[in-house]
Write a protein that binds this ligand. Structure first.
Ligand code: SME
Length: 158
């Protein structure tokens, strides 16, 4: 099982990933291409990410988008799961123990902790959420939150 990196090592991993993402996406405006690239780079660079991807808001429901990992649930209503909570509160949610989160949707029982970051458009509407799950407890902290929010804000800036 991959070790959770130290704070310093996480900072370095995120700095490198951020550079790759911004240079690869330079000039690409397609939303799906951007989501696919972000999930591929994050999943490849972070050993403790078990499932990495997006759910897009389509007709008021979260529908699975580009991701890396084991098969994800296809649709999540906004009143369900960590993804639904992050989308309806428009706030990042960190869950140290998914099995203790009321309403957590277990698409894969090996996901033990997770972080979900909402993707907002310029008007503040939720376009999607970035969902990252780990197969270890308490894998995510304020450093993951800061960087994943920065990546999302940069990649989906209007
Ligand atoms: N963790 C999510 C469900 C999606 S999957 O884990 C891929 C949730 O409870 O919202």
């Amino acid at each position: 099982m991959p070790k959770i990196p130290s704070a310093e090592a996480k900072e370095t991993l995120y700095r490198v990933a951020m550079d790759k993402i911004t240079s690869m996406l330079d000039g690409e405006s397609n939303e799906i291409a951007r989501m696919a690239t972000v999930s591929s780079i994050l999943a490849g660079d972070f050993d403790y990410f078990y499932w990495t991807g997006f759910y897009r808001v389509v007709d008021g429901v979260l529908v699975v988008g580009p991701y890396q990992g084991t098969p994800g649930c296809l649709r999540i209503t906004l009143d369900r799961g960590v993804c639904g909570a992050a989308a309806s509160r428009k706030k990042t949610i960190l869950v140290p123990d998914t099995h203790a989160f009321p309403g957590h949707i277990a698409c894969d029982a090996r996901s033990l902790s997770e972080i979900v970051v909402p993707v907002l458009d310029a008007a503040g509407n939720v376009l999607a959420v970035l969902d990252v799950d780990s197969d270890q407890l308490s894998a995510f902290d304020a450093i993951d939150q800061k960087w994943l929010e920065t990546i999302i804000a940069t990649v989906f800036a209007e």
